[in-house]
Design a protein around this ligand. Structure first.
Ligand code: GAP
Length: 444
């Protein structure tokens, strides 16, 4: 058997549409560029990803959660440097009117029409502006947040005081961010509306380098725990020209997507830049009193930031495989999403061999029992059992439970395993325990 990995995002885009993971936004109106909607399976996968991240971040004594608002005081973005610095160099093609990121141009030639008639680069701020209240005028301008991090910085004092947190401690948050990217694209890799999962870890200055290294390892281990193929992950340290304006040190975790090695997550040492900036502009002290050391200081911050949509794309690409077999000169291709069982949008499919009511009744009972035990279940009775198995393989369901006519007599069902395609007869009264053991066994 030959195993083929995903070699083009287009294959994934059509699978995602066909199987209810991701749809083009506003498709019936011709779509909206770079905006995507998560379908029934996509939204489950996204929840599972967020839950895995949230669990890994907040099920520890030193990190707590937050959910800050998307709209914030405009001064937040002045202090953070986004008003002055959060821009990309933009050039316009005077012939075809395409807008291109100057730093993405390999030659001074329009990639759209080949024209050399381009404007000089100018800074284009990536923040989306809107108006607060009924009057659209300059004084009412607010921004849709371009990162979730600032909601954490401006709440540093609130969280530290209300939760009696002692440095070192972290604040974790999941939420939408918006960037008016000049060139979004590659499916959900770069979009204008996306979700971030960020954590800011506040430390004593001088301990920042050690914590930076600790978080690198912790984040690496997280990806390993999701069952990703670790040979497709690597660290990419930022050189001096890549460093963001707020960072002293930064490393990306990159993943080898079909479009090449790309940033999945950024880990930054942001020093005391943000807290100091907010302290200066707001006039509110954002210092921490360290009782053990008997001194006050503005903590340094180690940040870990990953895009939820980008991780979802990574998980899909990583899980995708085609198993190609040749039987009697005929090629057969089995498409499988080999998700880690904790991420699979459907964990168990319940399938009656036929649509007969007596089989349906047993299926519904099993379906209810598995759902009641906390598993994500899909009931499917349409088309042949072979086609249904293949459909479940394509959405990454680890286990299929088939109820046949023998099940009415011997009170057993057939459990089919996604990866090995092995089938086993299991007593109906043993099924929940069997599912638990099998999914646990797949976690590696
Ligand atoms: N607070 C730091 C920060 O926002 P970033 O590197 O700009 O850092 C962090 O963003 C992560 O957010 C990226 O590694 C990426 O996974 C995700 N991300 C950034 N821009 C994105 C976009 N336009 N579309 C999808 N994900 C994006």
């Amino acid at each position: 058997m030959e195993i083929k990995r995903l070699d083009s995002l287009q294959t994934l885009v059509s699978l995602c549409k066909r199987r209810g993971f991701v749809f083009q936004s506003s498709e019936i109106y011709g779509g909206l560029n770079s905006c995507w909607d998560y379908g029934p399976l996509g939204v489950e996968l996204k929840w599972n990803i967020k839950q895995a991240w949230w669990k890994s971040m907040t099920q520890r004594r030193d990190v707590v959660g937050l959910d800050a608002s998307i709209l914030m005081h405009p001064n937040v973005w002045k202090a953070s440097g986004h008003v002055d610095n959060f821009s990309d160099p933009l050039v316009d093609c005077k012939d075809c009117k395409a807008r291109i990121r100057a730093d993405h141009l390999e030659e001074k030639v329009c990639p759209n029409c080949g024209s050399k008639n381009l404007t000089e680069p100018r800074d284009f701020n990536l923040m989306f502006k809107t108006y607060m209240g009924p009057v659209a005028e300059a004084g009412n301008e607010v921004y849709l947040r371009p990162e979730t991090a600032q909601g954490i910085f401006v709440n540093f004092e609130n969280v530290a005081t209300s939760m009696r947190m002692k440095v070192p401690f972290g604040i974790a948050q999941i939420g939408k961010s918006f960037r008016n990217e000049i060139t979004p694209g590659n499916f959900i890799f770069r979009t204008r509306e996306f979700e971030q999962m960020e954590m800011q870890y506040f430390v004593t200055p001088g301990t920042d380098t050690d914590f930076f290294d600790n978080w690198k390892q912790t984040r690496w281990d997280f990806y390993k725990s999701l069952g990703l193929n670790m040979e497709n992950l690597r660290f990419h340290p930022h050189g001096p020209t890549e460093l963001a304006h707020y960072a002293k040190q930064a490393e990306d975790i990159q993943y080898k997507l079909p479009i090449g090695w790309q940033e999945l997550e950024g880990i930054h040492n942001r020093t005391d830049f943000d807290l100091t900036q907010h302290q200066n502009l707001s006039g509110k002290k954002l210092e921490y009193f360290d009782q053990a050391e008997n001194k006050k200081y503005v903590p340094y911050v180690i940040e870990t930031a990953v895009g939820c949509d980008r991780l979802l794309l990574t998980v899909l690409c990583d899980a995708y495989r085609e198993e190609v077999t040749n039987k009697d000169g005929k090629e057969d291709v089995r498409v499988v999403l080999g998700f880690h069982p904790s991420l699979a949008p459907v964990q168990v499919a319940v399938l009656p061999l036929s649509k007969k009511p007596e089989l349906q009744e047993v299926c519904f009972r099993i379906d209810d029992e598995l759902r009641g035990s906390g598993y994500k279940v899909q009931y499917d009775e349409s088309q042949s059992i072979g086609k249904r198995y293949r459909r479940q393989d394509e959405i990454g369901t680890p286990l299929c439970v088939t109820v046949d006519f023998d099940s009415l007599e011997d009170k057993q069902v057939t459990v089919r395993h996604r990866d090995s395609m092995d089938q086993e007869r299991v007593g109906q009264d043993q099924l929940v325990a069997y599912v638990k053991k099998s999914l646990h066994g797949m976690q590696g």
